[in-house]
Design a protein around this ligand. Structure first.
Ligand code: RRO
Length: 313
C-alpha cells in the first residue's frame, strides 16, 4: 500500500502536514503555543499581535453553537516582544507564521521590522481583516487603495521573511478581481482566506439577548456556516492570482472532507479555528486521519494530485 502524502509547500515553506491552526484559535499564550508545538499540526500560527500587549474586549466575547461561532475578542495578545522571545527560544521543525495586526499602518511597519529580526519566524501573516476593533473605520482589506499603498511600503522594507496577507471574505467577483490585481503586483508568498464574516449577530431566544457583550453583540462569524464563503473566495482567488502565490484556506473546517474541498478549490494548506477551539489539540490527529482515509478512497496519494482541480461545469 502506497503511503498517503499530506505534506505541502507554501511558496517554498515545507509543511509535514497541510493542516494548521488559524490565528486566534488557542495560540495566544505560552501554554497554548507549547501545546501546538507538541501537536501533529503542520505549522504554528500565532495570535495576531500588536506592539504592546492588549487585554481585548470585555467578556463574554466568544460563543459557539452547533454550526458556528461568534467573537468580538478585540485583539487580546501578549505583544510582539513576547511572541518573538518565545519563538526564538524553541526548537522545532514546524514552520512558524507570526500573525501581526497593528492598529495603524505605521504600527504594522514596526511589527514587520521586529519580526524580521527574529531567527525562528518563517513567515509573517499580515492580518488585513480584523472585524472587531474598528470604531467607524472600514476593515483594511476592503479599502483597496489603502492596501495597495500599504503593500508598496511593506515591500520597500528589507524583508527577510515570507510575507502573506489574511483577507476578509469578499462577496462579489469584482472585489476579488481587484484585490488579486493589487496582490499580483507584489512578491507576496501567500494569502490566507478567509477571516471571520464581519457583523454577524447570534442571540439567545430565551433570554432575549445577545450572547456576547462587546459591540452590542455583533461579531465575526466562523465555523461550519462560513465554509461556502471560504470555498468561493479560495476558488476565485486561485483563478486570478499569480500561480506562484499559495493560498491557505480557512473557514468551516471540521472534517477531512472539508479539508479536501478547500484543497480542491485551490488551497495548498488549511487552517482550523472554531473546530480547534471546540475540540482541543486532538483535532489535528482526527482531521489528519480523516483526510488520509478519504484520499485512500479517492485513490489520491498526494494532495498535489488534486490542488485546484475543481471541475467548472
Ligand atoms: O481578536 C479579534 O477580535 C479577532 C481578530 Br484580530 C481577527 O482577525 N478575527 C476575528 O474574528 N477576531
Amino acid at each position: 500500500m502506497k503511503k498517503i502524502d499530506i505534506t505541502t509547500n507554501i511558496n517554498g515553506i515545507r509543511l509535514y502536514s497541510c493542516i494548521m491552526n488559524a490565528s486566534g484559535a488557542l495560540c495566544s499564550t505560552e501554554k497554548e503555543l507549547s501545546n501546538l508545538l507538541k501537536s501533529s499540526s503542520g505549522a504554528i500560527v500565532t495570535k495576531s499581535c500588536t506592539d504592546k500587549p492588549r487585554k481585548g474586549n470585555i467578556k463574554p466575547r466568544y460563543f459557539e453553537w452547533d454550526i458556528g461561532s461568534i467573537n468580538s475578542m478585540g485583539l487580546p495578545n501578549l505583544g510582539i516582544d513576547f511572541y518573538i522571545n518565545f519563538l526564538d527560544g524553541i526548537t522545532t521543525n514546524k514552520p512558524i507564521f507570526l500573525s501581526i495586526s497593528g492598529l495603524s499602518l505605521e504600527e504594522n511597519y514596526l511589527l514587520i521590522q521586529k519580526a524580521n529580526s527574529s531567527t525562528k519566524i518563517n513567515a509573517i501573516e499580515i492580518n488585513l481583516s480584523c472585524p472587531n476593533i474598528l470604531k467607524k473605520k472600514e476593515i483594511l482589506g476592503y479599502e483597496f487603495d489603502t492596501v495597495y499603498n500599504f503593500l508598496k511600503n511593506v515591500f520597500r522594507l528589507n524583508n527577510k521573511k515570507h510575507i502573506g496577507i489574511k483577507l476578509p471574505p469578499y462577496f462579489n467577483d469584482n472585489d476579488i478581481r481587484n484585490m488579486a490585481f493589487i496582490i499580483n503586483k507584489f512578491p507576496i508568498s501567500f494569502i490566507t482566506c478567509i477571516n471571520s464574516l464581519p457583523n454577524g449577530l447570534f442571540i439567545n431566544s430565551i433570554k432575549e439577548s445577545t450572547v456576547i457583550y462587546p459591540n452590542k453583540g455583533f461579531g465575526g462569524i466562523g465555523g461550519t456556516i462560513i465554509k461556502s464563503f471560504a470555498l468561493a473566495n479560495i476558488f476565485k482567488f486561485s483563478s486570478f492570482l499569480r500561480k506562484d502565490i499559495s493560498i491557505i484556506g480557512c473557514g468551516g473546517i471540521s472534517s477531512g472532507i472539508d479539508i479536501f474541498d478547500h484543497i480542491l478549490c485551490g488551497a495548498s494548506a488549511v487552517q482550523v479555528g472554531t473546530q480547534f477551539i471546540k475540540e482541543g489539540i486532538s483535532v489535528f490527529d482526527r482531521l489528519k486521519n480523516e483526510l488520509i482515509l478519504f484520499l485512500k478512497k479517492k485513490k489520491y496519494y498526494s494532495i498535489n494530485n488534486f490542488i485546484g482541480n475543481l471541475n467548472k461545469n
